[in-house]
Design a protein around this ligand. Structure first.
Ligand code: FES
Length: 161
C-alpha cells in the first residue's frame, strides 16, 4: 500500500482532521479507517498514530479488543457455524472444532491464503436441521464433524478463486 498514491489515505486524513480533538477520537478514527479500507493493517494504524499522536501499540490494543475491528483483509469466503442451543446439543461444538482443525484458524480469523474466514452465530433460524453451518450464502444442514473436511474441499473445488 503506497500512502502517497493511495487516495484512501487522503480521505482518511480529512476525516481524522475533523474528529481528532473529540472525545473518543481513537475509536472513531479506527471506525473511519475501517469504513474506508475494510480492515486495519499496521500501515493504517501507523498513519492514524502519527495523525492523532497516540502510539501504534495503544491503537492496536484498542483495535484488537473490539470485535468490530478487522486486523486483516477480509477473506474471500465466510464460514459461519451456528452455536445456538439446538445446534450445540446436536454437535455444533465438534463441527466448529473440525473447521478450526481443517483450516488451522480460530473464530474471528482468516486462513493464511485469505480464502476462508471463520465466525460463529447464535441461530440461523432452521433449528430442525441442526447442526448447521453456512459458507457465504450456501447452507449446510445436519453437518457431521467428520464431513467438514469434505464440505470445505468440495466448496473450494467449485469456487477456485
Ligand atoms: S440453533 Fe442453529 S439454527 Fe437455530
Amino acid at each position: 500500500m503506497n500512502k502517497c498514491e493511495d487516495v484512501r489515505f487522503t480521505e482518511l486524513k480529512k476525516r481524522i482532521d475533523k474528529i481528532k480533538h473529540k472525545k473518543g477520537a481513537p475509536i472513531i478514527c479506527l471506525q473511519e479507517a475501517q469504513t474506508i479500507f475494510g480492515y486495519l493493517c499496521f500501515e493504517i494504524l501507523e498513519f492514524i498514530s502519527i495523525e492523532i499522536k497516540i502510539s501504534v501499540q495503544k491503537l492496536y490494543e484498542v483495535a484488537s479488543y473490539y470485535p468490530q475491528f478487522k486486523l486483516s483483509l477480509p477473506a474471500k469466503h465466510k464460514i459461519s457455524v451456528c452455536l445456538g442451543t439446538a445446534c450445540y446439543v446436536r454437535g455444533a461444538g465438534e463441527v466448529l472444532d473440525s473447521v478450526k482443525r481443517v483450516l488451522g484458524i480460530c473464530e474471528g480469523e482468516s486462513s493464511k491464503d485469505d480464502y476462508f474466514s471463520l465466525d460463529t452465530v447464535r441461530c440461523l433460524g432452521c433449528c430442525s436441521l441442526a447442526p448447521v453451518m453456512m459458507i457465504d450464502e450456501q447452507f449446510f444442514p445436519n453437518v457431521q464433524a467428520e464431513k467438514v473436511e469434505k464440505i470445505i474441499r468440495d466448496f473450494k473445488d467449485s469456487h477456485p478463486s
